[in-house]
Write a protein that binds this ligand. Sequence first.
Ligand code: SF4
Length: 371
Amino acid sequence: MLPVFPEVAPVKFLHNLGLYLHIPFCDRKCAYCDFYSLIGGEKLKDEYLSALLVDIKLKGGQFDRPFDTVYIGGGTPSVLGDKIAVLLDTVKSSFNITADAEITAEVNPDVSDEFLHFASLNGVNRISVGIESGIDSELKTLGRTHTRQDAINAINRIKKHGFKNISADLMICLPDSNLCTLKENLDFFLSLQIPHISSYILKIEPNTKFYKFTPPLPSEDEEAKQYLFMCEYLENHGYTHYEISNFALDGFSSKHNLKYWECKEYLGLGPSAHSFIDGKRFYYNRDIKEYIKNPHTVFDDFGGSTEEKIMLGLRLKKGILLSDYISDDKIKSLEKLEKAGFININGKRISLTDRGMLVSNAVIGEILELL
Ligand code: SF4
């Protein structure tokens, strides 16, 4: 969750916007998942889609600026089946979507050919697949409904539909995991030959099954070993570790997600979706019934402060030009973090090392104290 930084004057931005659409449905709730999603029947799905289309048309009338990324996330957008066509059609006729826009849809391995066909036909050019693991026992522990073979079949089908820009999620530091199981997973993901991998350390969130029945997890030391091993392994296989949790082959970083970390503007529609426009952050409540009846956003806070730009910018491998925010003599005092192996200082640009990314909150906290 983003921190709150009050009393920051709104800033006018000039760049293109990103659009996020939330599809809050899943066939089953995974044991670790804190995203806003429900197991809805067809009636609720239809009512939600109708409300979302109305909201898209309404907001489209209020924004004439170009959008160069669209991200359909969830939940599981692939539950929409062929209705993805009407959703994308409405987006394109309501918003000014640039011809070269990156349009991503999240799917699960059980995605239908029908969804992939209509997604491809209507402009989706990036698919993000929730695979999480290539080990069947781990998938079972996580409460996923697919197997390793299902994941292989899904990637093959996605490629057959012409998609080249494919990402897959991998979850590390699972119960009973170790460097051996991690290597098995990394080799599995590499064998899929996809240009982007998002990898998250399993964290136990409130309101999840794992919160009630927490399985034994690897120690902090083991967690560090797994994260650093993964970074090195993927980098040795040609992937750039461009953000704390994201790895990409050249040219395949997620343009949409970069907007979040580069403090650029985006509009989110649907329950739980967040927006950042004209220096203000706002969101829809996590309540589908409220959204269907009366979709309205709640003001969160002003955004785009120096603290926020440093916090988000340091998530990225390229780091930030700290001299934009801090005087040279203070930057010198960061050399101890560099000596300890947590940051790289390159002229006036600083960035986190892999070790620094592992403990990013503490390192960024120290840097913020210099402001
Ligand atoms: S499929 Fe994704 S969004 Fe749905 S419950 Fe599982 S992790 Fe959460």
